[in-house]
Structure formats: C-alpha cells, structure tokens
Design a protein around this ligand. Structure first.
Ligand SMILES: Nc1nc2c(c(=O)[nH]1)N[C@H]1C(S)=C(S)[C@@H](COP(=O)(O)OP(=O)(O)OC[C@H]3O[C@@H](n4cnc5c(=O)[nH]c(N)nc54)[C@H](O)[C@@H]3O)O[C@H]1N2
Ligand SMILES: Nc1nc2c(c(=O)[nH]1)N[C@H]1C(S)=C(S)[C@@H](COP(=O)(O)OP(=O)(O)OC[C@H]3O[C@@H](n4cnc5c(=O)[nH]c(N)nc54)[C@H](O)[C@@H]3O)O[C@H]1N2
Ligand code: SF4
Ligand SMILES: [Mo]
Length: 865
C-alpha cells in the first residue's frame, strides 16, 4: 500500500504544486493537455486509456479508464457504448478506483485463531501464506468429498458477476455437490418466477423508445440503476417527447420525483390497485379480446375445483362459438369464447377469464381505495388513461412489417417482488398487461427469451427429501429456480426439520455478504458458527469476520473476465473486463483460486470439461491436461461468443455491439411461441400451480410431513392473484405496530457495504454519510419528534436506533430506512461503521412459491430515545 501511495504522490506532484500555489485552472488545464499529448518534457507522464467494463454493481456499464504512468486517474463512460446501452456512468463507477486503492483491502490470506465465532468476537487473525491457505482448504475439501460431497456449500453474490457463475458451477459439478447458492431470492427472484410460470422464461423491459405511458411500481432506476443505466436515460428522453410516467410507491423515490405523477400506495397493497384496475378494464370492456383468446389460456374451461376441462389426451378445452361445444383449440376454424359459463356433460364450467372476473366482483372500489390508500377516483382515472393510451387493436408498420401497437407498459423491479407474495404481485401486473394486450407489442412490455424453458409452466415436482441445502424446487419452495439464498442458514441450523439427509460442514463464500444482506440477519449469522467457512472478498465484510480462512481477491479493475452484459429491447453486445493495475501485487483472483483448488483436489480435467459444458464451448473449447490463465480463458470465451472476432478487437474496444431487427425484437417472442391455434398459451390462469399443490399434498401424506401448513401453500399457489396476497404475515398482526417499514437503495452506495470505505462516496456530507429513519413531517409533529431526534424502531424480531429525517415525501403510516449502512465488522475502520443495520430487524417470511425473501413486509413501532 505505502509503495503505491508514494508512486501516486510522485506522479501527481505537478498538479498538486499548481493547485497549492493557487494557479488558475486554465493554466492547469493547459498543463494537463501537455501531459496528455506527452508534450511536457519535465514530467514524462505516459497517459493511456483502456476500455473495460464496470463491475462495481450489476449494471456492467462500459468504461474508459484513464491511466497516468499506470495509475488510474479517472474513469469515464465509454462513449462508444451509448448507442447500445449505457450513457454515462454513476458516482460509484466514477470513483471505483477508490475501492481498488482502498488501504483497508485484504492483502494476504488470513487464518482465524479464536475458535469462537460471532460478530462480537475478535477472530484473532494471523497472516498465512497462499500455500498454507490452499493446503488447509484442500485438505478440508478432500475429507468432505470422500465422506459426502453434498456437505460442501458454495455461496456467491456479486461473485457471480465478477467471473460469471459458470466457473463456480463447473467447480461444484466436478466436486459433486448440488449446493451452489446465488442471491436472487434476496434480490428479485419473485419477479422471475412469476414470469416463468406465466410465459416460460424470465426477464422483461418496457419498450421505452416506443412507449407513451409507463406505470412503474417502484422500480427506482434513478437511484438503484438498472440495465446499465439504459432505463434512466431512455425514460428521460421519452418523457421529453411526451411519454407520461406514473410511479406507484410508498416513498417519493428519485424516480417518483422525476415522474409526472406519484401514487403513494400503502406498502404491499399494490396488488389491490392492480386488481382494482383489472376490474374496471373488464367492466368497461377495455380489453384486448383478440390477445386474450389467441395468446393466453384465458378462454380455457375451468371446473368447480379450479382445474381445466381436458380431453383424453390431456388437451385443455375451450368453448367454440361456432359449434357451441367444448373442444381443443387445435385449428383456426375454432373461435374460443373468452367469457361465460357453459355446460358440458351435465357439468358447469366457466372460462378462466370468467373465473378471474368473478373473483374481482368480490372486491369493491371503496374497499380497494381504503386498503391501498389510493382514492377510488385516482384508480379509475389511471385505468382510463392506461386503456386510452393502449390503443387496443392498433397496429403499426415498421420496416415493412405490420406489428401490434400498444404503447403502454407496467414495470417493476423489487417494488413488487421483494415480498412474501412477490410472485402473485407481479402475476397481477402481467395479467393487467394481458388484458391490455401490451405484452411484446411495440411500446409495450418486451419479454426476454419467451418459452425458452416450457417446463417452468408445468406443475413443480416438489421433491422430498430435498436434494439441496437451500430447498430449491423441494416441497418447501416448489417453483424456486433461482436458489433460496436466505434458506441455507435456516437449514444448517435445523437440517432435520426439513428432512435434509446430510448436514453441511463447510462453506465457501465468494463475494457475498450473505447473512448481512438477508432479512432477520442476526439469525443468519448463527449458522456460520456451525460450519467451516472460507470467505473470498476484497474487504473484511461481516461474513469475512465469521470465516476460518479469508482469501483476498483482485478487484474488477485488476482482473480479466468476459463481462456479463445487459441487453435492451433493440440491442445486445459482448464485452470484456481487463485489468489496468494490481495495487497490492496479489497473485490470485476468484478465477485462479478456483483453478488452484480444482488442481490440488486432482479435479482439474473434470473441471475443464465442466467449463466447456457450462459455457457451451463448441468451436473454442479448453483443452484438458494443461492450465489456463484468466486471460487465455477470456479469449476463448470471446471467440466463441462473437463467432471468431479477433481478440485484439476486444482489448482495444472492450466490447462488440449489435442492433436487433424488428423481427428479433417483436416477432420472436409471444407472436412466435403462443399465437393462434395448436400453440401453447401464456398462463393467464396458472393452473400449473394447482398441480404443484396436488403434488405437495401427496408428498405430505406419503412421508407424513408435519411442519408443512397446507393452508399457507394453498394461498401462495393460487392460480390467480387475490386480495389475500396483499396481507403478508406481519400485516395480519399490525395492532401493536402502527407503522409499515420499507427499505430502498441509494445512488451513492452499493449493496451491503463495500462503498462504506470509499472516501469519495463516504464523505458526501451528512445526508449521504449514513442512513436515517425517513418519516412523514405530520407524523413526526404528532409524535413530537424534531429533525435528527434519536429514535428506536422495534419490530417483532428486534430493535435498532437511528435519527429521524422529516419529509413530506413518504406516506404518514410508513417509515423508510435505506440499505447499505450499519456495518458491524471489526475489520472495517470506524468511519465505515455508521448508520442503521436495517436487515437485523426485518421479519423473514419467504414466498413459498419462489423462495423470495420478504424485505418490505415488516411493521414496527417507533419511540424517541
Ligand atoms: N434491506 C435491504 N436488503 C437488501 C436489499 C435492499 O434493497 N434492502 N437489496 C438486496 C439485493 S437487490 C441484493 S442483490 C443483495 C446483495 O447481497 P450480497 O450478494 O450479499 O451482496 P453484497 O452485500 O454487495 O456483498 C458482496 C460482497 O462482495 C464483496 N466484493 C465486492 N467486490 C469484490 C471483488 O472484486 N471480489 C470479491 N471477492 N469480493 C468483492 C463486497 O465487499 C461484499 O462483501 O442484498 C439484498 N438485501
Ligand atoms: N446505487 C445502486 N444501484 C443499484 C444497486 C445498489 O446497490 N446501489 N443494486 C442493484 C441491484 S442488485 C438491484 S436488484 C437493483 C434494484 O433496483 P430497485 O428494485 O429499483 O431498487 P430497490 O431500492 O431495491 O427497491 C425499489 C423501491 O421499492 C420501493 N418499495 C418498497 N416497498 C414497496 C411497496 O410495497 N410497493 C412499491 N410499489 N414499492 C415499494 C422502495 O421505496 C424502493 O424505492 O438495483 C441495482 N442498482
Ligand atoms: S451503474 Fe453500476 S456498473 Fe454502471 S457505472 Fe455505476 S457502479 Fe458501475
Ligand atoms: Mo439485487
């Protein structure tokens, strides 16, 4: 560290001299220009620029790094990428070098000497050599592998994006454990699973460039940047051309502040708003009948048990308007009825659409308005606007192709997802868009890889006993396909409760602060006392403090990788990340750590074979029998992905982009997969979830499982979103807890805390230095609270203290505390350990369908201290 700082000072001496003597900036600028062009003989600085990709957060913006004598001077956006995705970069990206030049980085492997683990314990770290570290870890892994490889658990979070999840997946496959666990259930998994159940894959973006009306349920793209900052600038441009933006969110986020309208919904009650809108759309006949009958299963006949009427081949039947019979929708001559009740073989059936319409009739405007906290007149007006702007039936010609035109989209990120009933919440959003026919239409909601995995639309097997420690796809979380991050700790603490046939003994955490970033965090930490832990991180996170061995890592500015990327509806690209420095001369990064472990375990060739398989390397496979550096592997991956584009192009430009045709953007999705007779259909009505429920009931009987509450599963696995889904567990016990509490992200911070040590991001002033309890001004007056008063927030699982910030920008019944603060690690400097550890008091009630963690469902009381 001291060495690099000396070098840094030497090379910046010219500029600091000028600045110190009050030389005007114009003179400094001229000097800089000389330095740039190499014209200053006195200071033989060599300036160069390197194109790479930011991996400070999950957006992977293109960057252009300016180096002076190999020291990072500045990080700029890579202007060439603007055409494809990111315009500009954010404050974290700009100041990313401060995380790399951070003196508090881990610089050598560490070994714990205090066997007692806990956030209040001094681990008694001693420095060890890399060789000793690898030797110790390999011996542990070897023993476990001989005994039962499943007892080894690999967990990653941000690590997935640093080297891609295919290397860890290849390693765990070669090792023989099913237990690789990523973080998506603490992120947005419910949204993905709702998509999967409905249309067979996950991922969507509003088609902003063509959209005229964006109804956004709390996707906060102006603070929690998404899709490589594509959304924020595209929304800004679209607003200038007249697109209306309505943000539904309990707190006036930056995105709501920049919208045309803010609807401060009561936390968790958005689903009522969506159901209320659906009700009006149906009552007023503002629906796209053609879309509903041709692309979705809304016309399917449903019996009184909620199941589809099927023929002997298992084909679901519809009611044909022409022949007045129940038939499979197998030919274009058949005209399915969308609504109505019909008799077939003396039994009564309703169409799925009718079942939904009937369920909505149990709601009324007044109740919805009261429960959601949004006036009935507002809900009606928004629905009218949405229906009018949708231009149901319209088409548009683009490049000679006639396309469906519905320039309205409903969007969300964690706003609807980070909840106990997250799947049902987003299902409601999808259903409203099916009613409008805006899915995959020009200007509507653009879907990603439609029907790529048809199995997602089938009933889940709901296995028992579970294969995996996180209980993914088991009877406990039948449709969880993105791992169940927060469950690992719970299963480790009580393996028998879940029928896990083995007890995990060792975990490797690669770039994740898992227990800190999930709800009910303190409980999560207890599980780390039970296992032997290796943590690979760049700083001493809270998880690292619970490790037996800590391994340092190179940062994203110091390492090679084929970068993950973010697509947009009309573009995609392949990008690389390349190192520009190695501040502490570290010999290893995540990639080479895995390589070394595989080699020492005698698994290298199996690992290589798995890499070829997971990455699908056909033309450029890695060869067995030899070692590869990260750079060599990145070259192979680049060649495979770009179909042979020179690697020197990647090194020079950092990426290669592509514009998609109208055909790719609009005609390969629902048009190709679902439209018309004889095709599978989007699940307007998710009958598959009843199949899942049936499988669960059978398994419960067969294994006599006691700790499954079938009533809870019945509610969660409902084929349609219902009013009960606006009542997560804590809301049902609200009497003694008058406030809802929600969390949110902030522009100047990343996730659970490595930005807490970035001096630029951590010294922006009292506003940004720590988090606070955001409270409505009126509520504060009633509670006799003044700005900055110290308060205690208490939920049913714990309490924290913090200072209030009075604002008009939040509902009177809601408190908000941001994520990213409240660091506890003794390995961090005092200045980084500030603010409220909000996850330590949030209740954990995972979504039983997807495994999603419940970040925004808790209720609390507040008192002055
Ligand atoms: N209350 C609340 N909780 C939340 C959220 C919220 O909004 N509110 N957000 C949730 C979301 S969306 C997510 S995705 C999860 C995130 O949860 P995690 O996956 O746990 O992500 P982080 O907390 O950022 O942990 C990442 C770790 O990686 C380390 N790291 C950074 N760069 C490198 C590197 O180059 N190499 C290595 N080895 N390590 C590195 C960091 O120091 C940090 O310790 O948190 C969730 N938790
Ligand atoms: N600056 C920054 N940007 C980031 C990240 C970061 O750590 N820092 N992390 C990245 C990651 S991993 C992710 S997943 C994305 C997440 O991006 P977002 O999902 O947009 O961000 P969040 O802040 O997690 O949650 C969104 C909003 O949900 C609102 N909300 C809470 N409860 C409710 C509710 O009941 N209804 C509605 N409608 N809204 C509610 C909160 O006020 C918050 O503004 O951000 C990414 N971008
Ligand atoms: S949004 Fe994320 S990826 Fe983009 S510059 Fe900021 S920190 Fe880097
Ligand atoms: Mo996330």
């Amino acid at each position: 560290m001291s060495l690099s700082r000396r070098v840094f000072l030497k090379n910046s001496s010219l500029l600091s001299l000028f600045a110190g003597f009050g030389v005007p900036w114009s003179v400094i600028a001229t000097e800089i220009e000389k330095v740039k062009t190499g014209a200053s003989a006195a200071n033989e600085s060599v300036i160069r620029y390197v194109k790479s990709t930011c991996a400070h957060c999950v957006n992977f913006c293109g960057i252009n790094i300016k180096l002076e004598n190999n020291i990072i001077r500045s990080i700029y956006p890579d202007e060439a990428r603007a055409e494809f995705y990111n315009h500009g970069i954010c404050p974290k990206g700009v100041s990313g070098s401060f995380n790399t030049y951070n003196p508090y980085r881990i610089k050598t492997p560490l070994k714990r000497t205090n066997p007692k683990k806990g956030l209040d314990q001094d681990p008694g770290w001693v420095e060890i050599s890399w060789d000793e570290a690898f030797d110790t870890i390999t011996k542990k892994l070897q023993r476990i592998r001989e005994d039962d490889p499943r007892k080894f658990v690999w967990q990653h979070g941000h690590g997935k994006y640093l080297i891609g999840d295919k290397f860890p997946k290849a390693f765990t496959a070669a090792f023989g454990t099913p237990n690789l666990v990523h973080r998506t259930t603490s992120c947005e998994a419910a949204r993905h699973v709702a998509d999967e159940i409905t249309w067979g894959y996950h991922g969507f973006l509003p088609d902003i460039n063509e959209c005229n009306y964006l109804l956004n349920f709390g996707a906060n793209y102006f603070e929690g940047e998404q899709f490589a900052r594509w959304l924020d600038h595209t929304v800004t441009d679209a607003k200038e051309r007249g697109m209306k933006v309505v943000v539904v969110e309990p707190r006036l986020s930056n995105s709501a502040a920049k919208a045309n309208e803010w609807i401060p919904v009561r936390p968790g009650k958005d689903i009522l708003l969506l159901l209320g809108m659906a009700r009006i759309l149906i009552q007023e006949n503002w629906i796209d009948r053609e879309f509903l009958t041709q692309y979705t299963n809304a016309p399917n006949l449903v019996d009184t048990n909620g199941e589809f009427l099927r023929d002997k081949d298992g084909q679901a039947l519809v009611w044909d308007q022409v022949t007045q019979q129940a038939v499979a929708f197998s030919s274009g001559r058949i005209k399915p009825e969308l609504a109505g009740r019909f008799t077939h073989n003396q039994k009564e059936y309703s169409t799925a659409f009718q079942v939904f319409a009937d369920s909505l009739n149990t709601l009324n405007d007044k109740d919805i308005a009261e429960e959601a906290g949004v006036p009935a007149a507002t809900i009606r007006r928004l629905t009218e606007e949405l229906a009018k702007q949708a231009q149901i039936g319209a088409t548009v010609v683009r490049n000679g192709q006639t396309l469906r035109y519905r320039p309205v989209a409903i969007h969300t990120f964690r706003g609807l997802a980070a909840k106990q009933y997250g799947v049902q919440n987003w299902r409601a959003g999808l259903i409203v868009q099916m009613l409008l026919g805006s899915i995959d239409a020009v200007g509507g909601l653009n879907l990603h890889s439609v029907h790529k995995k048809p199995g997602y639309m089938e009933p889940a097997e709901a296995e028992y006993p579970p294969t995996r420690v996180d209980l993914q796809e088991s009877i406990f979380f039948p449709h969880a396909t993105h791992n169940v991050a927060q469950q690992v700790a719970k299963t480790i603490l009580e393996p028998k409760k879940y029928g896990l046939p083995y007890t995990p003994e060792m975990q490797i955490f690669y770039a994740t602060n898992r227990p800190f970033s999930t709800t009910d965090s303190k409980e999560q930490f207890k599980s780390l006392e039970k296992t032997y832990n290796v943590v690979i991180d760049i700083v001493m996170s809270e998880t690292a403090e619970m490790a037996d061995i800590v391994l340092p890592d190179l940062t994203y500015l110091e390492s090679w990788h084929l970068s993950p990327t973010r697509y947009t509806p009309a573009t995609k690209h392949t990008a690389i990340r390349q190192p520009v420095t190695n501040v502490f001369n570290l010999p290893h990064d995540g990639f080479s750590i895995i390589w070394e472990l595989a080699s020492r375990l005698g698994l290298r060739d199996q690992y290589i074979e798995q890499i070829n398989k997971k990455w699908g390397l056909k033309k450029n496979p890695l060869k067995t029998g030899r070692d590869y550096s990260a750079k060599e592997v990145v070259e192979n991956l680049w060649l495979e992905k770009t179909k042979g584009k020179e690697f020197s192009y990647a090194v020079e430009h950092g990426f290669s982009g592509k514009h998609l045709s109208e055909n790719d953007t609009y005609l390969k999705g629902v048009e190709a997969k679902f439209k018309g007779a004889g095709k599978p259909k989007m699940q307007f009505y998710a009958e598959s979830m009843l199949g899942t429920l049936f499988n669960i009931k059978e398994t419960v009987k067969q294994h006599d499982i006691k700790n499954i509450d079938l009533d809870d599963y019945q509610v969660s696995l409902s084929p349609l979103p219902l009013r009960v889904h606006s009542m997560p567990v804590p809301h049902r016990n609200k009497d003694k807890y008058p406030f809802y509490i929600i969390t949110y992200k902030r522009m100047n911070r990343t996730q659970s805390g490595n930005t807490a040590m970035n001096p630029l991001l951590n010294a922006l002033g009292p506003e940004a230095d720590e988090n606070f309890v955001l409270i409505n001004e009126q509520t504060a007056i009633e509670l006799k609270l003044k700005e900055k008063d110290k308060v205690q927030i208490e939920t049913r699982v714990g309490s924290v203290e913090g200072r209030v910030k009075l604002t008009q920008c939040i509902r009177p019944d809601t408190l908000a505390v941001s994520y990213h603060y409240g660091q506890q690690s003794l390995g961090m400097p005092d200045y980084a350990r500030k603010g409220i550890w909000i996850n330590s008091i949030l209740e954990s009630h995972s979504d039983l369908v997807s495994g999603m963690d419940s970040f925004n469902d808790s209720v609390c009381r507040l008192k002055k201290v």
